[in-house]
Design a protein around this ligand. Structure first.
Ligand code: ANZ
Length: 837
């Protein structure tokens, strides 16, 4: 009997593919191209996780399938190898990150090869290799020269204990996610990239790509376009006359609206000559008549000018407390509101009412203008705040059924002078015209998107190609001065001053600039690890090019990426950053497409058998090595595809692996057994099912439905066992259908069947549409118990469809006189209409 000796078979074909460079891809071809890309891994010390092969198998199936369809396929693999873990490991063990990275890459490579992925290994790249990051630096030079890179003093999350800046995502409740150390807001000089300049295009072009709607929506929300207006308020302060007679009595109780009519004496005291212009951004200019107070952010530049002396102390304390909170904590709806009064007032330009100016942390300096007009009658946060601090609430739109909350919906305007009677949309338009006419404001579009903080105080990353002279001026290097090599360091520990460990590299740090002869210091920060992954898909097109990052002709041939598979966790990080760089490169004429990734698919998370996330601490991680050892790489591939739809979250199941292994075993023992393969014509039943199977598998591959493709092959295999024998042609077709998913077994059976090595470029089987058609069933149609027609229909027909079909039949229609009082369908058998004249 034939035995499925997977260990021998897999080893044999992996060696064959390697030795013959079966998957080497040429950049010159008359064939149409197909570019299938995986999100390349960070080569961690833990090795491959069973989550990796899920997406990798899917792209590999598509690559193998498309080769058989006659495409020239680019299917590369590489390493996102810069990053903090390697550096932390270095600090702990004293092993240079370069050494650790190389070791980890070797492990990953061995593990990927064990799964038979059809990568063109000659295109392998690693972002931490100098011949790669030279070009990452080159792209930075392009950004810099285009005015898209700048240095700025900004507030960052600074963790004194970890001695580094942290991303917002790395801070939980004001503490570092790692170790729980306090995190403060600290002003530090950082390199920034002007991604905001591309906000509109990043938003608009997302409509044109074939991506999951959820990811598109996350990007849209992240970019956060808001249409509204800016409005200028006059803020009155530093005016003693006004202060004396007005501030003190008013600020303890604001229930009263301070209008000219109610307090004419106050207006007389205002010296309008001494005012500050306080500009706000609002999406609801129509509610201006309902603005009863203003709020400025604790970081607003006018805080000190608007703070009356008697409020100074409390405001200083408040500002300090705000530094300990991040933006999310400050703006969350359900967080308790806090704020302090400045002692100053502004004039509402719509009705000249005096409204108090407060400082509160729910207003962020990084959005809009850092100041708001508060409309507690129609905004949740303003309402909560007004209730807490007893500030006046005026309703300016009719409606809202809950007395206790603000009315955030639409309605006719009231208490709003020239807006009265208008709905929201019309009132917004009218108010904007009024503001523009009076030069009090203007239509304005705002984006939530912030510029990208692009520097890290870390060692294991790309050095910036920047020199700083003693007079503080900066020079960005020219292309011919690249690369700036990352110096070898013995001490990776950051200094704690906020400077990167590179500040310890004294020999490297200070140079005499050969181009100017001036003494210069290198930039010691490094780029974040998103930099390398922003353009790796371009380098894969032309990875060995020493003169340029890629050749334009080659880029034109391969781009865009036709299929990109990876985790949804990159929705607004890598996927947005890469789109941004790509658009810059497009503007500079270096790439030919507006968007880099035509189709994106997110594979679903694979959970442990207990339904929990796999993690080392839970001890529920499945190691792919042990699965490969027990069942082989083909079975692991098949199992990961058989678990369920690619995009779904699915738990691992030990028995499942065994189940697909049994199927592969059975298939192999049949099709690789010469005694089962006979000459002559194929049996009719087998021919029919074969064509159906080709159709099903083809359509499933086209739609990345690999689980149902596997089911179809299982059904066919079971049929063949019942049939006893099949012809060689049938066996060969089955093998070609199976091979993209189980390539080692596929190649071996193919060879046994006398096919020439290798099946990689064999033509994909075609089906006969007639033979592949589903069998039909015959349904009788009766009217009042008399047979009027018989219908030939697909077995999957629904009740609705068959009733419609029956009524449309000429003879049935003729007899349906009067009213139909009953419609009965016995599935697959009979339709009966009861009519009454
Ligand atoms: C008055 C108003 C009335 C507002 C109303 C809303 C509803 P989005 O949609 O997110 O753009 N806002 C403006 N700048 C802010 C800042 N720096 N920090 C916190 N909040 C800020 O939201 C825009 C609205 O958020 C603006 O419109 C402003 O409140 C507030 F019935 O102005 B609105």
């Amino acid at each position: 009997p034939v035995e499925y000796d997977f260990a021998r078979i897999e080893d044999k074909w992996q060696k064959y593919w390697d030795a013959n460079k079966t998957f080497k891809t040429e950049n010159v071809s008359t064939k149409p191209k197909y570019y299938a890309l995986d999100m390349f891994p960070f080569p961690s010390g833990d090795g491959l996780h069973v989550g990796h092969p899920e997406g990798y198998t899917a792209t590999d199936i598509m690559s193998r399938y498309k080769r058989m369809l006659g495409f020239n396929v680019l299917h590369p693999m590489g390493w996102d190898s810069f990053g903090l873990p390697a550096e932390n490991y270095a600090m702990k063990t004293g092993t240079h990150p370069d050494v650790t990275t190389k070791k980890n890459i070797a492990t990953f490579t061995r593990q990927l090869k064990a799964l038979g992925f059809s990568y063109d290994w000659d295109r392998e790249i690693a972002t931490s290799n100098i011949d790669y990051y030279k070009w990452t630096q080159w792209i930075f030079v392009q950004l810099y020269n285009k005015g898209l890179a700048y240095e700025d003093e900004i507030n960052v999350n600074w963790c004194p204990a970890l001695k580094t800046v942290l991303a917002n995502e790395e801070v939980v409740d004001g503490k570092s996610e790692v170790g729980g150390h306090p995190v403060i807001q600290k002003k530090m000089s950082q390199w920034m990239l002007r991604i905001t300049e591309y906000a509109e295009r990043l938003l608009v072009d997302i409509d044109d790509v074939d991506w999951p709607e959820s990811i598109k929506e996350m990007q849209r929300n992240w970019i956060g376009k808001s249409e509204g207006a800016t409005v200028k308020f006059k803020a009155v302060a530093e005016n003693d006359k006004y202060q004396m007679s007005f501030t003190q009595p008013a600020h303890n109780n604001f229930v009263d609206v301070i209008s000219q009519t109610s307090h004419p004496e106050l207006y007389q005291n205002i010296d309008i000559a001494t005012y500050h212009e306080l500009e706000v951004f609002t999406t609801r200019p129509d509610t201006l008549f309902g603005a009863t107070y203003m709020v400025i952010s604790p970081e607003h530049p006018l805080v000190s000018a608007l703070t009356r002396p008697e409020h100074k102390e409390i405001i200083a304390a408040y500002q300090k407390a705000c530094l300990a909170k991040n933006d999310l904590e400050r703006t969350e709806l359900n967080k308790d509101k806090s704020g302090v009064f400045t002692g100053s007032y502004a004039i509402n330009p719509a009705n000249n009412n005096l409204i108090p100016i407060w400082i509160a942390d729910y207003v962020l300096m990084t959005y809009g203008t850092g100041a708001i007009m508060a409309v507690p009658g129609h905004d949740e946060r303003d309402h909560e705040f007004a209730v807490k601090y007893n500030l006046p609430i005026i309703q300016v739109l009719e409606g809202g059924n809950d007395d206790s909350g603000p009315h955030t919906g639409d309605g006719k305007h009231i208490n709003s002078d020239f807006l009265d009677g208008l709905d929201k949309k019309a009132a917004i338009t009218k108010m904007i015209s009024w503001l523009e006419e009076k030069k009090l404001g203007t239509k304005k579009i705002n984006y939530k998107l912030r510029d990208w903080i692009f520097s890290r105080q870390r060692y294991w990353g790309e050095p910036f190609p920047l020199l700083k002279y003693e007079d503080g001026t900066i020079r960005c290097l020219d292309a011919d001065e690249l690369p700036v090599a990352l110096p070898e360091l013995e001490k990776y520990e950051p200094s704690g001053s906020g400077e990167s460990p590179l500040a310890n590299a004294t020999d490297w740090l200070w140079i005499t600039d050969p181009k100017t002869g001036k003494k210069a210091k290198r930039e010691t920060n490094t780029m974040p690890n998103w930099a390398g992954s922003c353009w790796y898909y371009l380098r894969f097109c032309d990875p060995k090019n020493e003169k340029e990052p890629w050749n334009s002709e080659i880029e034109k041939y391969w781009m865009p990426v036709d299929l990109y598979i990876g985790g949804a966790e990159h929705a607004v990080l890598h996927l947005l950053y890469a789109r941004f760089w790509h658009k810059v490169l497009f503007d500079l004429g270096y790439v030919s497409t507006k968007e880099p990734f035509k189709k994106l698919v997110n594979q679903g998370l694979i959970l442990a058998s207990d339904g929990e996330k796999m993690s080392k601490s839970r001890g529920n991680v499945v190691n792919p090595d042990s699965v490969v050892k027990e069942f082989g790489g083909d079975s692991l591939r098949l199992y990961e595809m058989f678990m369920g739809p690619l995009e779904k979250v699915k738990p691992w199941n030990e028995n499942g692996t065994k189940g697909v292994f049994n199927f592969l075993n059975r298939a192999y023992r049949f099709f690789a057994d010469p005694s089962k393969i006979v000459g002559g014509a194929e049996q009719d039943e087998t021919t029919k099912l074969l064509h159906k199977t080709i159709k099903k598998v083809t359509e499933d591959y086209d739609n990345l439905r690999f689980n149902t493709a596997i089911s179809a092959l299982m059904i066919f295999t079971n049929h063949c066992y019942k049939a006893g024998t099949v012809t060689k042609d049938t066996a060969k077709i089955f093998t070609l259908l199976l091979a993209p998913m189980a390539p080692h077994a596929g190649e071996e059976i193919w060879e046994i069947l006398g096919g020439k090595k290798t099946l990689t470029y064999e033509a994909w089987p075609k089906y006969d549409a007639e033979l592949a058609k589903d069998d039909t069933i015959t349904v009788a149609v009766q009217v009042n118990g008399k047979l009027r027609a018989t219908l030939e229909v697909e077995p999957t027909i629904t009740q609705e469809e068959i009733l419609a079909l029956a009524k449309a039949d000429e003879n049935v229609a003729k007899n349906l006189v009067g009213t139909i009082v009953k419609e009965i369908y016995v599935p697959g058998k009979i339709v009966n209409f009861v009519v009454k004249a």
